[in-house]
Design a protein around this ligand. Structure first.
Ligand code: FMN
Length: 370
């Protein structure tokens, strides 16, 4: 029997926890509708602001990192800004999508300058369209920080709190704050967003990176008229880093007794297995942006089937039954040493004093689980 993947998050019913992350896959009515048609439970639309005409995007704005042997894309970088479309067009799109898909979850992503009236005007206007929730973009790491927006705000915990409070004062729907990983401890701004009233935290946005240099032209990538800037790194390469940030936040929520705050996990989710890892780490929903850009929206079918098979295999009847299951197995290094007492004595792994110069690859294999 197919397992039920439905969940309730911040009072909103999702038919499954799989959500399109803010970016090109949610850039207009047509792409959002297509995502819903293919079976995604929710979409976070591309980030918008009051004045789209002030946003100047460039092209090309994407770069890829390929696996040497398979040629698969393992990392992706963009220098894309927020949406350059007019707010009026967006408002019409939101209304139309909600009319067409009333049971699907549509989340608007907002960004503005450090200005209370701008944030509140944008919030009020967007909420009139019937969107189900808001995500506050405190995390875009390129372009927007030059204007003191995006991750420039997300790296100032007190600003995160203040802006979240401005939005919460006027928002009739739940608010998620989206965090930048370009910071020492993601739980610091997250806890400030919660203090400002955020109902949930989305994490992570992209990691500031330089994807590479073209060895023919000697110019950095992606190249715009011969020049570039560091951009946001995403895709499967960032998943382990994203999972670590989720762990840090989950621990902080536990310590501060705020486990009712929801987490939306983001970063390198390409398939059902990847999404399950985020749920096992305590995430309520899981977002994916780069993978649908590379594979198309139909990938959600495999995510649903894999999750159902996983639940059947383990005897879980609901997502809640395994959310956060793996968190309790993270411990301290001292505890690992205690648990591992005797392993060397039994001779299962050679001490490094015994390694010969020829067998480094063999010893590496010996010391890996997978
Ligand atoms: C081309 C591109 C554009 C993006 N634009 C936005 C955006 O407008 N707002 C936002 O909050 N995140 C944006 N993101 C970040 C993603 O939503 C996501 O946080 C990040 O890419 C990591 O997830 P992924 O590995 O599934 O892509 C963008 C990502 C990409 C690749």
């Amino acid at each position: 029997m197919a397992r039920d993947l439905s969940i309730k998050v911040n009072g909103i019913n999702f038919e499954n926890p799989f959500v399109i992350g803010s970016g090109p896959p949610g850039t207009n009515r047509a792409t959002i509708s297509k995502a819903f048609k293919e079976g995604w439970g929710g979409v976070v639309a591309k980030t918008i602001s009051l004045d789209g005409s002030a946003v100047k995007n460039v092209a090309p704005r994407y770069g890829k990192l390929y696996a040497r042997e398979s040629g698969d894309v393992i990392g992706f970088q963009n220098i894309e800004l927020i949406s350059d479309r007019a707010l009026d067009e967006w408002l019409k799109d939101f209304e139309a999508v909600k009319k067409e898909y009333p049971r699907k979850v549509l989340i608007a992503s907002l960004m503005e300058a450090y200005d209370k009236s701008a944030w509140q005007r944008l919030t009020r206007t967007v909420c009139q369209t019937g969107v189900d929730a808001l995500e506050l973009n405190f995390s875009c790491p390129h372009g927007m920080p030059e204007k003191k927006m995006g991750s420039a705000m997300g790296q100032c915990p007190e600003v995160v709190k203040e802006v979240t409070r401005w939005v919460k004062e006027v928002s009739p729907v739940p608010v998620w704050a989206k965090m930048t990983p370009n910071i020492m401890d993601i739980s610091v701004p997250s806890l400030e967003a919660i203090a400002g009233g955020a109902d949930g935290i989305s994490l992570i946005n992209t990691i500031l990176a330089v994807i590479g240099i073209d060895l023919k032209t000697l110019r950095p990538l992606p190249t715009v008229s011969g020049h570039s800037i560091p951009g946001g790194y995403s895709g499967q390469a960032i998943r382990p880093i994203a999972l670590r940030h989720v762990l840090d936040l989950a621990r902080a929520l536990k310590t501060t007794k705020q486990e009712h705050i929801t987490m939306s996990g983001i970063g390198g989710v390409e398939c059902g297995k990847d999404a399950l890892e985020f749920i096992l780490m305590g995430c309520h929903t899981v977002q994916s942006c780069t993978a649908p850009m590379l594979q198309g929206f139909g990938m959600v079918e495999e995510m649903i089937t894999t999750t159902q098979n996983f639940m059947q295999e383990h005897g879980f009847n609901s997502i809640e039954q395994f959310r956060g299951h793996s968190l309790s197995f993270f411990t301290t290094h001292a505890h690992l040493v205690e648990l591992k007492q005797g392993k060397f004595e039994k001779g299962q792994v050679a001490r490094d004093t015994e390694w010969s110069g020829d067998e480094i690859a063999k010893q590496t294999r010996n010391m890996s689980n997978n």
